[in-house]
Design a binder for this molecule. Structure first.
Ligand code: PFF
Length: 478
């Protein structure tokens, strides 16, 4: 391993960073709200099945390829052949798109955390708007830009610190803290009268959504699949990049199970914080972006005096989750450039590279920051107006109106599934699964369940992915 690239100090540190990447806004916001929209228990069931059949397989593929080559996503594919460079570019573009909208949302979370902090010390943290603050914030462009920039600065400062001293050190403290706060919030929510309806919604076996003509099985399946890739940080080389900093002694197979397992537990726990809280105070679960902000603020407001403390802790926890994810996305881009420079024999300059990429991504995210999340009458025109495609109406797809949804659709809906599909086909059929087995066994451990992984790489992942694309096409063309 070339130390110029960096290396994890310990497997625990790696796990905290990798679980930190996986646990993010996708768990705390995306999971509860998609679950709220697509039938609760039915969504949970399909989600967990997809994690077992696709998630852990693709996770191992990425970790093993990254560690084998010791390179980020582009470097890894180039190691096999120049003709795969498009896969590397696709991953970096996904990183650009995701980090840009992710940081805008991260900035909003930071704004809410600061707001609650000010309330705690007796000041008005929400500009006199109370629970109407979300509607105000969307059009407070200066405020949004300021907090967007601050969030990006925090992200870049950690990445500049390097693998062990920046990303690992931060994650090793932040992730256990996140877990403790989450447990506290869950317990506090559980003692609120009326919380029980939220648990019922999550855990009572009810599959009636499958016969709902608006959603149906396809609708639930598509939502769960997109969520799974996004939540596990798969399909854009993030785990490949993190795998490239792992030592050959570590047990890859075990790691590839721990990360999805921990991520799914935190997603369910986040659901157990958000949904019963909404149920207790009569707030709807399925309100999209508003869930994390407007709905939760209403919840904390109704909790009485202690609600301010819980509100602050909640947004602080979400902030940690968002930062440990955003650093992993910026690292994909940083490693891309570092590997490129090293291949040319140049001395890598991590600080400069991460700063430049963060600045470019910041510019990419400006439409997301300035369009009031598609609420209309914003500073920047909607995608369909600016890019000149035909408006299909708000009922058809949100990406007509909202830059965040457009970026998300391209990354989570298209590029990430393609990335994961092509990687699985390459591993299953072109390079053969033995390259994964050989890499796993470098630690001296036997590759258990090889037959299961082999079968999944060859058949299960490609078939499920084809199904996802089919569902997506049906969505596009009506
Ligand atoms: N997994 C993160 C979440 O659930 O919020 C988001 C994410 C991080 C996506 C890193 C992709 C990635 F490479």
């Amino acid at each position: 391993m070339d130390n110029k690239r960096g290396q994890w100090g310990s497997n625990f540190g790696f796990l905290m960073a990798a679980v930190g990447s996986a646990v993010g806004l996708g768990n705390i916001w995306g999971f509860p709200y998609k679950m709220g929209k697509t039938g609760g228990f039915a969504f949970l069931l399909i989600y967990l099945a997809l994690v077992l059949l696709v998630g852990i397989i693709v996770m191992l593929g990425e970790l093993a390829l990254g560690r084998k080559t010791g390179k980020g996503v582009m470097g890894t594919y180039l190691e096999f052949s120049k003709k795969y460079s498009w896969l590397g570019y696709m991953s970096v573009i996904s990183g650009f798109l995701i980090l840009s909208f992710y940081s805008v949302l991260g900035g909003m979370v930071l704004r809410y955390a600061v707001g609650y902090f000010l309330q705690l010390i007796g000041l008005d943290g929400f500009a006199g708007q109370g629970t109407g603050f979300f509607g105000y914030l969307l059009y407070d462009y200066k405020g949004i830009l300021l907090f967007y920039a601050l969030f990006m600065i925090i992200t870049v400062l950690i990445v500049m610190g390097g693998i062990e001293k920046g990303i690992e050190r931060f994650s090793s403290i932040a992730m256990p803290a996140l877990f403790c706060i989450l447990v506290f919030v869950i317990i506090y929510v559980a003692i609120q009268p009326g919380a029980i309806d939220g648990y019922k919604f999550m855990f009572m076996p009810d599959l009636s959504v499958f016969s709902d003509p608006q959603i149906g099985f396809f609708g639930v399946f598509k939502a769960a699949a997109g969520q799974m890739f996004f939540s596990l940080s798969l399909g854009m080389g993030c785990m490949m990049t993190y795998g490239s900093y792992l030592s050959k002694n570590e047990h890859l197979q075990r790691n590839s199970i721990i990360i999805p397992f921990a991520d799914s537990i935190v997603a369910v726990m986040a659901g157990m914080a958000v949904m019963p809280a909404c149920a207790a105070f009569g707030v709807e679960y399925n309100r999209g972006p508003g869930l994390l902000f407007a709905s939760m603020q209403t919840v904390f407001d109704n909790m009485g005096g202690f609600g301010t403390v819980v509100g602050f802790l909640f947004y602080f926890l979400v902030l940690i989750a968002a930062i440990t994810s955003s650093i992993s996305i910026l690292e994909v881009c940083t490693a891309f450039q570092i590997d490129k420079d090293m291949a040319k024999g140049k001395e890598p300059n991590r600080k400069k590279v991460s700063l430049i990429y963060a600045a470019i991504i910041f510019v990419f995210g400006l439409p997301v920051a300035l369009d009031a999340l598609g609420s209309g009458n914003a500073l920047i025109k909607a995608p369909y107006e600016l890019l000149g495609f035909e408006y299909k109406g708000p009922g058809f797809a949100m990406w007509n109106d909202c830059w965040l949804d457009l970026y998300d659709l391209i990354a989570e809906g298209i590029l990430m599934p393609i990335g994961a599909l092509v990687m699985s086909v390459l591993i299953g059929w072109v390079w053969k699964t033995t390259i994964i087995k050989d890499e796993c066994e470098k630690s001296g451990d036997k590759f258990k369940a090889y037959k299961y992984y082999d079968f999944c790489f060859k058949f299960v992942v490609p078939v499920i992915m084809a199904f996802i694309f089919y569902a997506q096409l049906v969505d596009f063309f009506g």
